[in-house]
Design a protein around this ligand. Sequence first.
Ligand code: GLC
Length: 413
Amino acid sequence: MPEAKPYIREFERLGFGMFIHWGLYSQMARGEWIMKLQGIPREEYRRLQNTFTADDFDARAIARLARRAGMKYIVLTARHHEGFSLFDTKGLSDYDSVHSPAARDLIAEFAEGCRAEGIVPFFYHTTLDWYQENYKDDFDSYLRYLQQSVELLCTHYGKIGGMWFDGNWDKPEADWREDELYGMIRRMQPEAIIVNNSGLHRQGGYGHPEIDSVTFEQGRPQPMDRKGKSKYVAAEMCQTMGAFWGYSGSDFAFKSPKELIEHLCACRKVGANYLLNIGLTGTGSVAKLQEAMLETVGEWLRVFAPAVYATTPCGIAGHGEDFGLAGEDGKLYFFVHRLSAAGDWNVTVPSGGVGPRTYTGVRKKIRSVRWLDNGEELAFVQDADKDLFSFQATGYPYGIDYVVRVAVAVVEE
Ligand code: GLC
């Protein structure tokens, strides 16, 4: 198996990131595809630029929220399919935030706000474009515009975590001249992660050899098969918190904190990052529900952080969703799902089993196991010949339900 380059391994260690969709569409509060799906003519749609104030956009506060949520990076839509840029395009186009009532370079604020909070900034950039007319009739000149735009993002905002492209699926047969685009990024930002979303229908699909991570848009990430590959490529699953990426004022389809925690664990199970989306409102604020969700997931992460970031899959499998990870600290981490509460059946709703949890693939001799949250020591047995390791999962103390609970094992050197 190919070795992961250090900057790719660093990306995997980030583990959990925030995706932010924000653009002119946010003012309509009906998702980011509203222009296309409602067939709004370009000239009519572009009037949204005249009311784009960004009055409530506070990049530092958003980065702080991400940090509190346990997220280590943010991917912000510098330009989405609608074609409007949140950065100063320096004459490439006047369809950008400096030519709106906001009159600010929001990407500059974003990069700065992230760094102040220890968060790594990434830029999402659309490759398809509903605004640029040459996207349809002069693809060469469009590609030049795209490259120049990306070059601005790679040269004016300090060191970035990566570029996250999306839209090549719109013209699968076209020559996107990816060599040139990625080559330029490598020159300007040698350690930037390059992603190009393979889309809903090609989850986990490999693309151009310069790509550093595959995507699992709205999916359950699958284990990566890296045998015979010339390069180690990371994996990331991006997901909406409600039904849409762009802000909607009529979205009642939100996932629960329970589901978000389960998705995060499902990603880490296969070594993938989890990129969880919020849609900012038209003025750039974070909606209360989304904020509360992030705070809640962050509380879970404050308890279980050692199991989530500096850990990698190592072939330990349990029953159902259960699995184990190897920590860079030399410890093993066992993830336990559907654990029920200890106590009185009249007041606790049982969600799964209390009792032995068994795992295969534990290659080291275990010395002790305890819950990561309260340090309680757990009884265990290990049968190396049968490749079985099993510990007694005691139930949640009454009043607590972590959804997924993690036990940490100390192993013999
Ligand atoms: C899709 C959508 C887009 C969204 C993206 C996020 O490709 O076209 O609106 O930004 O997924 O993964």
